[in-house]
Design a protein around this ligand. Structure first.
Ligand code: UDP
Length: 322
């Protein structure tokens, strides 16, 4: 089959492209290389079934051309990373809303199966755990720019569902929960690549806030597996799915794990949020996905333990650097 991935040089996109090529498919990717990198695609760049274009997902002609070529479209291009989002809210809102609008318009015109990547951020400050797809969303004030990301992704979801209802466009929405693994970079705030870089360098491991906040880290290879399985399920069309892992770990626990696995030279230090992030930041305490709907649809249960995930990230950063 033929696949088009927006954001295909990014962290999740490049793993997905590799998997599709390994399965014998033809793949086109589009990426503006803002947070992605062509080096992520080193393993498949010369493959005859792999094709790439450098450009923006808001470039209508380019997106139309690539949608035309594909049987399935994965829209993964987005402004991501809490740091980037808080520092560049205009860019975040415009890229995420306009990008999805262009992709959905073109896909709707041609009736192409379209995956819209969303995020656990859309649950916002919800306190009823675990987060289930039909739950209410609870955003903070508009003066806290972090929520611009959640709202922009919620708009993408509304738009995709609107296309499905009004025009029967075959869409699937996936809410990714803290996806981690090789190739993720720490520059935009993501905690695991940051901690591993700090640990390997023997620098202080910087835990923001009390470190008692918890997250569930999903391994990128498993996330890609979920996307592959959902692609083959007509019942998934018009649906929203949580995708990730449901084992929780505190950020203090993660820091300890990384410290131990990187040789123990680092000191774990706690940094106040207002030092770590510019104004407009607000963290959330816990975030666990309810994976029942995903399991019922594709028979998936996460199996990769956070300790093994940390090993893979250490291995990657030791080989290629952070
Ligand atoms: N965090 C941290 N140190 C870092 C980066 C992040 O303690 O160097 C914390 C962050 O404040 C949050 C958690 O780790 O509580 C996860 O952050 P990340 O940006 O990876 O994902 P989020 O779940 O916030 O989207």
């Amino acid at each position: 089959m033929k696949f088009f991935i927006t954001g295909g040089a990014g962290f999740i996109g490049s793993h997905l492209a590799e998997r599709l090529i390994a399965d014998g498919h033809e793949v086109w990717i589009l990426d503006d290389l803002s947070t992605g990198a062509m080096t992520n695609l080193d393993g498949i760049l010369e493959h005859p079934k792999f094709h790439h274009r450098i450009g923006s997902v808001t470039n209508e002609e380019l997106v139309a051309e690539l949608v035309d070529r594909a049987d399935v479209v994965y829209h993964l291009a987005a402004a991501v990373g809490v740091k980037l989002i808080v520092e560049k809210p205009t860019h975040t809102i415009e890229t995420n809303v306009r990008g999805a609008e262009v992709v959905l318009q073109k896909c709707a015109k041609k009736g192409k199966l379209t995956f819209i990547a969303s995020t656990s951020e859309v649950y916002g400050k919800g306190v009823k755990l675990p987060f289930s797809e039909e739950d209410d969303l609870l955003f903070g004030s508009t003066t806290k720019s972090r929520w611009a990301y959640a709202c922009s992704k919620a708009i993408d979801e509304y738009l995709a569902l609107a296309y499905f209802r009004e025009r029967q466009t075959p869409i699937v929405i996936t809410r990714f929960f803290n996806t981690v693994g090789p190739r993720q970079i720490g520059r935009y705030g993501m905690v695991l690549p940051n901690f591993v870089r700090q640990g390997l360098a023997g620098e202080d491991i910087t835990v923001y806030g009390t470190g008692e906040q918890k997250r569930c880290f999903g391994y990128v290879g498993e996330v890609v597996e979920c996307l592959m399985r959902l692609t083959g399920k007509p019942e998934a069309i018009g649906q929203v799915f949580n995708v990730g892992n449901n084992q929780e770990i505190s950020i203090n626990g993660l820091a300890e794990l990384v410290k131990e696995k990187t040789g123990g030279r680092s000191k774990i230090v706690h940094v106040e949020y207002d030092v770590a992030y510019p104004d407009g930041f607000e963290d959330m305490e816990r975030r666990i996905p309810d994976l029942a709907k995903l399991e019922a649809a594709i028979g998936y249960r996460p199996s990769m333990h956070v300790s093994d995930i940390v090993d893979r990230v250490i291995e990657y950063q030791t080989e290629v650097g952070a």
